[in-house]
Design a protein. Structure first.
Length: 699
């Protein structure tokens, strides 16, 4: 028996990007474990990824190309050869492109975060074709734009420093479920005497283990940050030297937040004035005492109408108290922009036809856009969609419209996948893709500061191929003969980071493959002496770029589209706010079909407060229908005070086909977009809930 250990990296949409060690016996992967030598991973994997071998060898893996033989959505296919699949796809794409290549749309996101299997060869293919651009907004753009306006780039506190903080605000996230390695650092800080405060409408697993939980109303985080600023300024809990040297617009900010008294803030947020004052005082006095105060803000904050502004407001707080002076202080939303990625080399936008300026389709409005006819404003009707690294029928908002769009008989759809997902059921051609254990990749991260390598541990199963190889083959069939379409995955990976940038000065792909990971060459405290990557070089409380973009240049509060306060007429019909954060055992829609993980989750649940349940004669365990004017889905009620009154929580995202009624939480979410970043408003939703007889559940 031959046994080897292969260095790999977790590919999933998670800030932790763990270093993995894959045990291979006679060509078969038998175990995946965390690398104990990699500081962020520290030998531990989450519950999901520890099942990666089970996922790779799952009995339902797609191992051969398939052609649809039933109606769209039925999921009926027959096996075909790669030659037939490639001939069919290239013929259809050539025919459409001859009329208008912008009628072809790629649809992808972070099914893998790899820079090779994500957007390298695929981007080259679509650039050469002249296809429509896809604005990849579905997760992080609102917060990213708000953060960049303020800080200049998505650069923040190093994960490895958080355990040295004396106060950590965990704002809009549940790291026990979504970032276990940050939680390990927070727990170490707690053991060293730090205080942990969770700010979240829902008492999540993380909130339960913090010293304090502030359960504000959904979509009011921006107001809470304004109220904190008011108290910090009014009570002189400031680092005036840092403000004077390293910020812009303090006097305007001071005037703006004057009206955000603790009382007004409390009324807006649905909490007490004392909670507002205590939070601000704790934050300000801890910093003034010379200790590090840190904020881990997560993407839950920005999935509402004013989500970009909410992140901007929170990002202002560290500069007010000088938290950036400490390596363990400041804020982390994402550290993505710390990595000097060489996107020009990876994606080759220079391949675009001369003079071409393709339109951009927002992935968050795919439901509406697939149903649009050609028009001067929209351009060509979408005639073909190539889906890879995503499952839009399950994950995109206003799901019924998404399914309706993919059900069009005149839409040619190709899906690259590991499994027959909800989206694959609507495909004309399904192509089997490799998993992370079967291909080469290189990763940046958004939660720590290590470049990561992934080596192929096993040969591809069946006839599965890496994304890169699929697009190479399609490029050849389309007659694209540029040299870049012949580059190997290793050659692509070797170009991933700009070696002329001091942050990646030691980057060498061969060495990285051997080691598995390498930390960027960056300072421990990125803004200890200012040097923000903004036009002014300062943290911009006042941002002229926002004004030029038609936005308020100062921090403000933008109420939700749908709330009792902002839309009382709608709330008469749908009086309950709803959020749908990630279930602990799923990652977006990935892992839902892994039986051991789905067994742990059980079935779709809806958490509802006892008072709200009693008013609707709903008992614990009852089947309930959650609905609004956009749609409805069914779940099992859990009557609990983990959710505040007026709020229901549906942990997500289930594959629709694996739910009893064939629907999931995105039936009721909206395609309306955020204040900046054109991102979805998944947590800006009003619904009503009613008890239903299980016999009335219809698929």
């Amino acid at each position: 028996m031959t046994t080897s250990i292969v260095r790999a990296a977790c590919p999933h949409d998670c800030p932790d990007t763990c270093a993995m060690l894959v045990t291979v016996q006679d060509g078969v992967a038998t175990e995946v474990r965390g690398d104990p030598e990699h500081p962020p991973t520290a030998g531990a994997l989450c519950t999901k990824v520890s099942r990666y071998v089970e996922r790779t060898y799952h009995k339902d893996r797609l191992l051969h190309p398939l052609k649809r033989i039933g109606r769209k959505g039925e999921g009926r296919f027959e096996r075909i050869s790669w030659d037939e699949a490639l001939t069919t796809i290239s013929s259809r794409l050539q025919s459409i492109a001859a009329r208008d290549p912008q009628a072809i749309l790629p649809y992808s996101y972070a099914g893998t975060m790899g820079l090779v299997q994500g957007e390298s060869m695929a981007a080259r293919f679509f650039h050469k074709l002249g296809a429509s651009f896809l604005d990849r907004t579905i997760c992080a753009t609102a917060g990213g734009v708000g953060y960049r306006y303020t800080i200049g780039a998505r650069i923040g506190t190093d994960l490895e420093q958080f355990q040295n903080a004396k106060l950590i605000l965990i704002w809009g996230g549940n790291p026990i479920a979504s970032s276990v390695h940050f939680w390990m650092r927070a727990q170490e800080a707690k053991r060293r005497g730090a205080k942990l405060i969770a700010i979240d409408p829902y008492r999540s697993l993380t909130a339960e283990k913090c010293h304090q939980h502030i359960a504000l109303l959904p979509g009011t985080d921006a107001a809470l940050a304004l109220g904190m600023m008011h108290v910090l300024i009014a009570e002189h809990l400031l680092d005036e030297d840092y403000i004077a040297r390293h910020t812009l617009g303090f006097e305007q900010l001071k005037e703006r937040v004057r009206e955000w008294t603790p009382e007004r803030t409390a009324q807006t947020c649905g909490i007490t004035a004392q909670e507002v004052q205590q939070l601000a005082r704790e934050y300000g006095t801890t910093a003034k005492g010379g200790d590090a105060v840190a904020i881990r803000v997560n993407y839950g904050v920005q999935r509402v109408r004013g989500g970009g502004m909410a992140v901007r407001n929170i990002a202002c707080l560290p500069a007010l108290v000088g938290a950036w002076r400490h390596a363990a202080g400041g804020v982390q939303l994402s550290v993505s922009d710390t990595f000097p990625k060489n996107n020009q080399a990876l994606q080759r936008p220079d391949l675009l036809p001369v003079g071409a300026a393709p339109r951009t389709i927002n992935m968050s409005t795919i439901g509406d856009d697939l149903l649009r006819e050609a028009s001067p404003e929209f351009g060509s009707k979408i005639e073909a969609v190539i889906v890879y690294n995503s499952n839009p029928v399950a994950v995109a908002p206003e799901s019924s419209k998404v399914a309706q769009g993919f059900a069009r008989e005149d839409l040619f759809t190709v899906v690259l996948e590991h499994f027959q997902t909800d989206t694959a059921d609507y495909a004309d051609i399904v192509l089997p893709a490799t998993t992370q254990l079967e291909h080469v990749d290189i990763h940046s991260t958004y939660g720590h500061l290590y470049m990561m390598a992934n080596n192929a541990a096993i040969a591809p199963l069946g006839e599965a191929k890496p994304n890169t190889e699929i697009f190479r083959l399609l490029a050849a069939r389309m007659g694209f003969d540029d040299a870049c379409f012949k580059e190997s995955d290793d050659e692509i990976a070797a170009q991933a980071f700009n070696k002329n940038d001091v942050r990646a000065i030691h980057f060498d792909w061969h060495a990285l493959k051997q080691k598995g990971w390498q930390k960027l060459n960056v300072p421990d405290a990125p803004f200890a002496e200012g040097g923000f990557p903004t036009p002014s070089g300062k943290c911009e409380f006042y941002c002229a770029r926002m004004q030029a973009d038609g936005l308020d240049p100062l921090p403000t509060y933008i109420p939700p589209y749908e709330s009792v306060a902002s839309n009382p007429e709608l709330a008469k019909r749908y009086p309950l706010a709803m959020i749908s954060p990630p279930a602990r055992n799923f990652l977006n829609s990935t892992f839902v079909n892994v039986q051991s993980l789905r067994n742990t989750e059980g079935e779709p649940h809806l958490d509802i407060h006892p008072i709200d349940a009693a008013r609707r004669t709903i008992e614990n365990g009852a089947r309930v229908r959650i609905y609004n004017e956009r749609g409805a889905f069914v779940a099992k009620a859990r009557v609990t005070d983990k959710t505040r009154q007026g709020l229901v929580v549906g942990l997500s995202i289930w594959w629709k086909k694996l739910a009893a009624d064939g629907r999931n939480a995105n039936e009721v979410t909206s395609q309306r977009l955020t204040d900046m970043g054109a991102a979805p408003t998944f947590y800006d939703v009003l619904v009503e809930v009613e008890r239903v007889d299980h016999r009335s559940i219809a698929r």
